[in-house]
Every structure is written in C-alpha cells, then in structure tokens.
Ligand binder design. Sequence first.
Ligand SMILES: C[S@@+](CC[C@H](N)C(=O)[O-])C[C@H]1O[C@@H](n2cnc3c(N)ncnc32)[C@H](O)[C@@H]1O
Length: 248
Amino acid sequence: MDSMEYFYEIFQSMPRGGPGDSHSTQKAFEYLTNLPAAPRILDIGCGHGMQTIELAKLTKGTILALDSHQPFLDILMKNAHTEGVEKQIHPMNHSMMEMDFKNNSFDVIWSEGALYIMGFQNGLRKCHELLKTQGYLAVTEAVLFTTPLPAALQQFWDEMYPVIQDVPGNIALIQNEGFRLLGHFPLPKSSWTDAYYVPMQNSINHLKKNYQDTPAALQVFAEFEKEIKMYEQYSDYYGYEFFIMQKQ
Ligand SMILES: C[S@@+](CC[C@H](N)C(=O)[O-])C[C@H]1O[C@@H](n2cnc3c(N)ncnc32)[C@H](O)[C@@H]1O
C-alpha cells in the first residue's frame, strides 16, 4: 500500500475529515440572509459530508457534493439516507482542480477546510467565477491568531502550510478577489478536539494494532500524532476561521 492508503484508513472511521461542527455550520449559514427558496449549492471537498447534511437540513435546495475520494462520498450518502435528505444531495467524484461548471451558476459555495487545496487565493477566484452575482461563499481556513510563533510551531507550519496567515491578511485576500465580507468567527477548540483529533487518535490506536509490523503505516500514524500534539500544546496560536462572504 502507498502511504495515502494508510492516510485514508485513519479517516475512514472518523466523523469528518477536518475540524468543524454542525453548530458552526449553522452559525455561518445565518449570514446567508437573501437566498432563493431552493438554492443551488456546491460543497467543495465535502468529505464525509457532516456539513453537507447540515446544509440539506437548513435549505430546500440541492447540494452538489464534490470530493475526489469515493469512499467518503459513500459514507456521506449512507448518512444522508439515514437523515432523510439524500434526495437533495448529488455526490460527485471529481477533482476541485478540474471543475468545469458554468460560470455564474451557484447561489452558494461551501467549503470547510478544503479550499486551501487549490491554494486559498486561487480557490477564492474560482468560486467567484462560479457564483451568481450576490451569491454566497462560506469557507473555513487555517489562520494564525497570534505571532511570533514558538520555533517548533513555526517549523511545523513552514512544512505543512507556509502561506498560513492571520485573519486580517485573509480578509484582505477576500476583498481583493471581489467579495464583500459578511462575517467571520473562529471555530471553537472543541471542533478540533471532540470532532476531529479525539476520533483521529482512537482510529490510529486501533490501526496501530493491525500495522505494528508495517513501518510505512507507522510513519503515517506518527505524523498525525505529531499534528495532534502540536494542537494540544499550541492551540492558542492557530485555528480555523469561518469566513462568510458575498460576490459583488
Ligand atoms: C480536510 S478534508 C475536509 C472534508 C470536509 N469538508 C469536512 O470538513 O469534514 C478535505 C477533503 O478534500 C478532499 N480532496 C482532496 N483533494 C481533492 C481534490 N483535488 N478534489 C476534490 N476533493 C479533494 C479530500 O478527499 C477530503 O475529503
């Protein structure tokens, strides 16, 4: 197996693929005050789709749930069925790098913890093209809350995501790309711990037993455990910020 497969195995049993929680999804949605009765929504990098299902409950619209990992889309649709919202959700196994939807065609684009994969600025630009005028974009993005960073944390971010910046820096990017910022707020720490790192550590503990003789797997698990420890030690320095904006 290549290392990506161990990576996906960790996530398979988790409730979601990044920090977040349904309360924060609802709170961000409250900024979308002028929606059509049945909005057309695109969820980029939907993963297991906790937020996709929440969006389906919050609107009468349809949601195109885009992700490049089919097993996540399968989990999403299984959960959507359980919640009775599967008719509103259309899963699409496709890369966000190759989106060729019609410009000006979505009322809402949502992306929790995934737009950075396209490069945050590039992702904002692409979403601006795809949204109708006055359409809404809601995203979470990793941000620095305070600087300077301790040396170990600086090194971590230099390796993981060197373009991470503070909230004002991200707001400047958002405004430069032709959006009006409607609001922003940090995700609570519980959305990193209860919803993400606690299930991740449980998943790793379980997998370690299966892969105790597979160094490549143990290496992947160790990298994620390092990430968990970073958060335990330095969570005052960084987090995810929800940004809600409107295309001008
Ligand atoms: C950090 S997870 C966030 C998932 C979900 N939005 C959440 O908050 O739980 C990022 C997601 O992006 C997906 N992804 C990675 N590269 C992608 C690509 N090129 N195109 C579409 N999805 C991609 C991954 O499969 C994963 O589900």
